[in-house]
Write a protein that binds this ligand. Structure first.
Ligand code: ZN
Length: 345
């Protein structure tokens, strides 16, 4: 690490753009994050891109002020948003869960922010940003010599693949769209269980099991037929009930544990595919489960590991871990991607 004077000569800013909030961070040239907590502000995404871009500028100005950083020292900005979007930060022309305002369809958010700030903006999708952050925290100085895979379980299943310390983006920016990889179903489903369906049109892909949507549309409706007297059978809607399943799991509820065990088995099968494909040094798990009660969280991670069929040689070197700092992972990963682009001082 360089001395404090040199390391603060220039910085990069990380902006994590979410459905309701922006989270911002500052990363100095030595790789140190200046704020050690969340710096949040409203994202105003629902009001369309014109308003949202100004909200991003405000988030940036706010984090610079909070950390006592001069704006002239900012060399680049890392931005991450939920997808689907291209590698260059063009939001899908069909819209996206977070970007419902029609002005977002096909909107080039990276270029718009770059033009507004007159600074280079490096775009990452939120799965890639979290993956990059997990990789750097886990491997530290060894990051450039290590590879990892992260899956983030939220409304959908996000993922990111890091090789030699850098995110694999792919030709069209769609590398590591692991949610829509079909997994072997043999022995995974109960005899009378329908094959889960995904919003993407596939049946039996990873996201159809391992996502909040998968619980709501597939796992919970089936498992309620096996536990018809369960309290969640009387919930107002499946959407509301799905959000409560984790809490039941934390309390050891048998049905919730069956649901999460099936989800863990699906992720294990996905990791098994990855082990035959890129054979990463580490498998990371992120999303809401990171915040779960420790005993449940550890059981879930151990279940995923148990269902991942590694060869003996792989099992000796591979690590399974959680994505740290769930709420800050996006902003910090976006900042790391920007630092990587502008390079060492
Ligand atoms: Zn899918």
């Amino acid at each position: 690490m360089s001395d404090a004077g040199t390391s603060r000569d220039w910085v990069v800013v990380g902006l994590d753009n979410g459905g309701t909030t922006n989270n911002a961070t500052v990363l100095d040239a030595s790789g140190r994050f200046l704020p050690d907590r969340m710096i949040e502000s409203p994202s105003l995404v629902k009001e369309g891109p014109a308003v949202a871009i100004e909200a991003m500028v405000e988030a940036l100005e706010n984090v610079l002020k909070t950390t006592g950083t001069d704006q002239t020292t900012v060399r680049a900005v890392g931005l991450d948003t939920p997808g689907p979007a291209t590698a260059e930060g063009v939001i899908s022309s069909k819209g996206a869960t977070n970007f419902v305002h029609p002005d977002w369809y096909g909107y080039d958010v990276r270029t718009a922010l770059e033009n507004r700030l007159e600074l280079p903006v490096v775009y990452s999708n939120d799965g890639n940003a979290a993956a990059l952050y997990a990789h750097h925290v886990h491997f530290g100085a060894l990051s450039p010599e290590r590879s990892s895979l992260a899956v983030i379980i939220g409304t959908g299943l996000g993922a990111g693949l890091v090789e030699s310390g850098r995110v694999i983006r792919g030709a069209a920016g769609m590398a590591a769209e692991l949610g829509h990889v079909s997994i072997p179903l043999d022995g995974l489903l109960e005899a009378d269980q329908p094959v889960p369906r995904c919003n993407c049109g596939l049946s039996g892909d990873a996201e159809s099991f391992a996502s909040l949507t998968g619980i709501e549309k597939n796992l919970l409706p089936y498992w309620l037929t096996r536990y018809p007297d369960h309290e969640l059978a009387r919930a107002e809607s499946l959407a509301k009930a799905a959000r409560l399943v984790r809490g039941y799991g934390e309390r050891g509820d048998p049905m919730a544990r069956r649901i999460f065990e099936q989800q863990a088995a699906a992720i294990g099968r996905l990791f098994t595919i990855a082990s035959n494909f890129t054979d990463p040094h580490a498998y990371f798990l992120g999303g809401g489960v990171v915040e779960a009660q420790p005993q449940f969280r550890d059981w879930y991670l151990a279940s995923v590991q148990r269902y991942t069929a590694l060869r003996e040689e792989q099992a000796r070197v591979a690590r399974f871990a959680l994505v740290p700092d769930r709420d800050m992972a996006g902003a910090r990963g976006a900042a790391l991607a920007a630092l990587d682009m502008v390079g060492p001082p």
